[in-house]
Write a protein that binds this ligand. Structure first.
Ligand code: KPL
Length: 308
């Protein structure tokens, strides 16, 4: 089984290291190749060394890196897409026509939305979705530090079910991973976590743990109430108590972390807000719902994003 990873940011590198440790030897499709550590040219690609820091250990692994037009893309059985939600469409555009028709796509990003625009372009190609609460910090283009472990859920969305051998290989390789037969519900739960934690930490410039303070409780409950109104219209079965408990648990487990949205704004990058609170807003409009708190958070993050 040959796995490719499109987008080699912190999570892409972390998964690559975990798959490699399980003997799966994934190929990487980085948008930018690391400049250092180039090993001798392999056929149609270059070997690059990537480093993972885990506690006081440092692990170095060499990966075959492919160009976006490599003919080796035809050999992939699974393409794991780990770019940000707003990069999914553009990142897949040059790659999709070069994949074998049976090559499965697995999207793994914060937020929701790209699976809907992608569905029309798949021509029966199977699509799976995933969500992860693992965390890693990118120290350079080929060097990361794992900063948090957490649940990873994977499930099928469109087309043929994932073959058992692929499922078992992924679940064995990724620590804390599980199969979900209701992946959209799992993604909506993660959407709730991100819709609360990401904008609030970015606006108030605090770490995730700060949201445990009583002053945030009212806003957290209001965001969840608004999300539940939209989820109900979408036919997604969620309850306030489950969502609230999940959000509180993630706040506790990732207390020392700075959310990805906080970090994006700190480094002058675009955020994933359009696919988190923006996605909720867009779906709400379809149903004639208004989400006052969500709209306010969306507007505040938009105002903090870099312009131009
Ligand atoms: O997914 C996250 C993010 O920062 O994007 C959480 C779970 C909130 C961890 O920081």
């Amino acid at each position: 089984m040959q796995i490719g990873i499109l987008g080699v940011g912190a999570i892409g590198q972390l998964l690559a290291q975990q798959l490699a440790a399980a003997g799966l030897e994934p190929w990487l499709l980085p948008r930018v190749l690391p400049t250092a550590n180039t090993l001798p040219l392999a056929q149609q690609g270059e070997e690059h060394v990537y480093t993972l820091e885990l506690g006081d250990q440092s692990l170095q692994t060499s990966f075959l890196c492919l160009a976006q037009d490599s003919s080796k893309l035809k050999q992939l059985d699974l393409l794991l897409v780990t770019v940000k939600a707003y990069q999914v469409e553009a990142a897949l555009e040059p790659v999709l026509p070069r994949l074998h028709p049976n090559c499965r796509i697995l999207l793994l990003h914060n937020g929701l939305g790209p699976h809907q625009s992608l569905a029309a372009k798949l021509n029966d190609r199977p699509l799976s979705l995933g969500t992860t609460s693992q965390a890693a910090l990118r120290l350079s283009s080929n060097h990361i530090r794992q900063t948090g472990s957490g649940l990873t859920q994977i499930g099928d969305l469109i087309g043929a079910p994932m073959p058992e051998v692929m499922k078992t290989a992924l679940l064995n390789a990724i620590p804390g991973s599980q199969w979900s037969n209701a992946i959209l519900e799992a993604l909506w739960q993660k959407l709730a976590v991100n819709a609360v934690i990401n904008p609030l930490t970015a606006i108030h410039r605090v770490n995730n743990g700060a949201l445990a303070a009583p002053e945030f409780e009212g806003t957290i409950c209001a965001i969840l109430d608004e999300l539940l109104q939209v989820a109900k219209q979408e036919g997604i079965a969620l309850t306030f108590d489950v969502l609230h408990a999940r959000v509180k648990e993630v706040i506790r487990l990732t207390a020392a972390n700075y959310s990805s949205m906080y970090q994006d704004l700190k480094h002058g990058r675009k955020t994933e807000i359009d696919y988190i609170n923006g996605y909720l807003q867009q779906r709400a409009e379809q149903y004639g719902l208004t989400l006052p708190i969500n709209s306010e958070l969306l507007a505040q993050i938009k105002a903090l994003e870099p312009h131009g």
